[in-house]
Design a protein around this ligand. Structure first.
Ligand code: IFM
Length: 741
């Protein structure tokens, strides 16, 4: 079984959207959903460039769907090719994650009984960030007249919202097509170029349709296959190459045309070989694997690594990671705490320069965070709950869905009171520093983030009951609004405040001149000392928030372990759920992963059990953390079951990924394996691990980059192992003992 392959073996219109997401191709600069060549009502095409957000129509800024190049309208003897349940055989579609190429084959039968073989191939270049390529190979059982119409469709829109203005279109020398447009509110220039060529003698013409430009290729097909090759380039004025400069639409158009011409001089095969080579080099450094009877685990791991790679910019520190990466419109392409807590550890331990860039993105958001704090009457940095482009500020919509009875839009409070994100970002800064020892980053960005987020907490606390409390928040469990002293928030804020004393000796002069650092250090110390940290009650349970113990416990069995999310809302309204002991996702238990040194094993075990029974795991962020904790607690069988569910979030049989894959859950697959089963950590500047092997697994291994050395760590039937693959000798702590690798 090849773990690099994701496939579908039959055509199912109801799976179109999900497969568009999970088989999405990209390179961190752009992503293209794996839409089928022919059109179907169920499809949701989408091409995205990292950082190209737009907030047209007064709605919050969202990642804009760009002009589409994936569509091929094909006619055989005048009959349009599309698949029904009966008119085709030999269907298969695969994404080969090892090379990044998608391949789709089938034999279609026309109404007149002619059989046409189709093979479509496509990829987004790993080597040339702006380039994508498509190839269609056709052959026929008997002679048939074929017409292929393909090009650039500028009608593409986000669900119900057009972000791209009316385009300018050009055809150069009857060959290259160019489509130029601006996003409506953010005024980002977009240039899409496309060239289509055919291996057979054919008639070629161009068609201009509304907002679109196509090439029409007509030829007579027989047994000998005819190949149509389509190369495209995408460029935007927000690209990192132009950072700081206003390139102007002519430069953007000129560069896009140049990129395409250069790609055309190579052609599909050479471009593919180059790109696949780069993708293989990625796998060489990311040789993580799970060997087990159930090959699903290894595939899920490769799937996670594949998507982590394509969702993350290779060079730009002005962009974050969307909750769906760039694989769909879901969550509007916004970045949440998902990045710092679920995704970033992977990069800290494998490609620290990417982790640094992601934190630099948060540094660039400081201005927005300061402004947001001021708007709500606080000091310091109150980070946006949802972030898009660096100057967009808070992009969490103020209103959510309508109340079906009244038709009134329901207020969405996350942007205002889901404040734990500020502590999550500070946590990630510290974690990055302890893993990498990157003092340069602390000097340029890290210290300032820690100081200003701590200052926020100093102003966000309320004097009550003779102590400082944090009132009116939403914790990670979003099924509970407006609670006081959410344990997760309070403990993470405490950690954030305590960090200030840890960095006080490395605060750069620049910051001392800019802020009254001594005052912040002392305020953070006093606030931390007086901050209320919810403690375990007589049953050993740390209340998720004030009054949790008084809420009604209910039987969650009808809602747990179901493939459908939000089932509980069929029986209860949101206000009823507020009064029940039911959590959407890991909340208090997150602390046992992040701040494990603050809790003893019994507390962790008792709370894990208590809260898991009360959690419906309706968020994709939940199961991976539970798997991680179960592995750390040594309940390996349960951990494996939970890991299986975490791996199934996108790869399982649900339609939950139609709007894009789940980035946090994907980060969580690596997290559960690395920080759970492998027990990876960093203690006093030394890499540590304590791998445990589930009984059904033969072995697993992870490749970790630690301070310049690449180290393979894992477990097999012979026990645990650590081996240096390259870099300098280094000391690590394996199963509690120091060894040199
Ligand atoms: O950040 C998460 C949140 O914890 C649960 N709802 C979805 C968000 C984006 O993934």
């Amino acid at each position: 079984m090849n773990s690099y392959i994701i496939s579908e073996t039959e055509f199912d219109p109801l799976k179109i959207r999900k497969n568009e997401s999970i088989m999405c191709r990209g390179n961190g600069y752009m992503c293209i959903r794996a839409s089928l060549e022919e059109r179907y009502p169920e499809e949701k095409r989408g091409t995205f460039i990292n950082g190209v957000f737009d907030g047209a129509n007064g709605e919050v800024s969202e990642l804009a769907v760009l002009p589409d190049t994936t569509r091929f309208d094909i006619y055989v003897d005048g009959e349009r090719v599309f698949l029904t349940g009966k008119n085709h055989t030999g269907y298969s579609r695969t994404l080969d994650m090892e090379t990044g190429e998608a391949v789709r084959v089938f034999t279609w039968e026309s109404r007149a009984g002619k059989k046409i073989k189709f093979k479509f191939r496509s990829f987004v270049s790993q080597e040339k960030a702006h380039i994508a390529a498509y190839k269609a190979e056709l052959s026929a059982s008997e002679s048939a007249d074929v017409k292929i119409i393909t090009g650039i469709c500028g009608e593409a829109a986000n669900t119900g919202v057009q972000h791209i203005g009316a385009p300018v279109r050009r055809v150069y020398e009857n060959k290259t097509m160019g489509l130029y447009a601006k996003t409506l509110a953010s005024c980002v220039d977009i240039a899409v170029h496309c060239s289509v060529k055919c291996s057979a003698g054919c008639t070629v013409s161009h068609l201009a349709d509304r907002r679109s430009l196509y090439k029409c290729i007509e030829f007579t097909l027989g047994e000998k296959s005819v190949v149509t090759e389509k190369l495209v380039s995408y460029v935007s004025s927000r690209d990192p190459e132009y950072d700081g400069a206003e390139p102007g639409s002519d430069t953007v158009a000129g560069d896009g045309k140049k990129y395409l011409e250069n790609a055309c001089s190579l052609g599909y095969d050479a471009l593919f070989n180059e790109s696949a080579g780069k993708q293989r080099a990625y796998w060489k450094r990311h040789g993580d694997k799970i060997v087990s009877k159930n090959g699903f685990y290894d595939r899920a791991l490769k799937f996670a690594l594949y998507h982590l790679n394509i969702m993350t910019s290779q060079s730009d520190n002005r962009v974050g990671i969307g909750a769906k990466g760039m694989s769909g419109e879901g969550y509007k392409g916004h970045s949440y705490w998902d990045t710092e807590i679920f995704i970033m550890p992977h990069f800290m331990f494998t490609e620290p320069e990417k982790a640094r860039r992601l934190l630099e993105y948060r540094f660039k958001l400081l201005k927005s965070a300061l402004k947001k704090a001021e708007r709500f009457g606080f000091k310091g940095a109150m980070y946006p709950w949802e972030a898009a482009w660096i100057t967009d500020g808070e992009t969490c919509p103020e209103y959510g869905d309508i109340d079906l009875l009244t038709g009134e839009a329901r207020r969405n409070l996350m942007g205002e009171i889901e404040v734990h994100i500020s502590a999550d970002i500070a946590y990630a800064v510290w974690q990055y520093y302890t893993i990498t020892g990157d003092t340069g980053f602390m000097e340029s960005c890290g210290c300032e983030i820690i100081l200003l987020t701590a200052l926020f907490w100093c102003s966000r606390v309320t004097e009550k009951n003779g102590r400082l409390e944090i009132l009116n928040v939403i914790g990670p469990d979003e099924y509970k609004d407006c609670v006081d002293n959410n344990a997760y928030t309070n403990y993470m804020a405490y950690f954030n405040l305590k960090l200030v004393s840890k960095i006080k000796d490395i605060i750069p002069k620049r910051l001392k001149e800019k802020y009254d650092c001594e005052k912040i250090v002392s305020a953070a110390k006093n606030t931390a000392e007086r901050l209320y940290l919810p403690e375990a009650n007589e049953n050993g349970i740390i209340p998720q928030f004030d009054g949790y113990a008084e809420l009604k416990p209910i039987d969650l069995s009808p809602y747990k372990n179901k493939s459908c999310v939000g089932l509980i809302f069929k029986d209860y309204g949101f206000s009823q759920i507020q009064k029940m002991q039911v959590s959407k996702q890991a909340d208090t238990v997150m602390l046992f992963y992040l701040l494990s040194e603050m809790f003893d094993k019994k507390t962790v075990f008792d709370n894990f059990k208590f809260y898991e029974e009360r959690t419906v795991h309706d968020s994709s962020l939940s199961m991976c953390i539970h798997a991680l904790l179960a592995a750390r607690l040594g309940i390996i069988e349960a951990a494996e079951k939970m890991f299986y569910k975490a791996c199934s979030v996108d790869l399982g049989d649900t339609d939950n990924s139609d709007d894009g894959i789940h980035s946090a859950s994907i980060g969580g697959i690596w997290l559960a394996l690395a920080m759970g089963f492998c027990g990876l950590g960093c203690e006093d500047g030394v890499l540590s691990a304590s791998p445990v092997l589930p009984v059904d697994w033969e072995s697993f291994e992870l490749c970790v980059e630690y301070r310049g050395a690449l180290i393979k760590i894992g477990a097999d039937a012979g026990g645990t192992f650590a081996e240096r693959l390259c870099g300098d000798k280094t000391k690590i702590k394996l199963n509690g003992k120091y060894i040199e690798v």
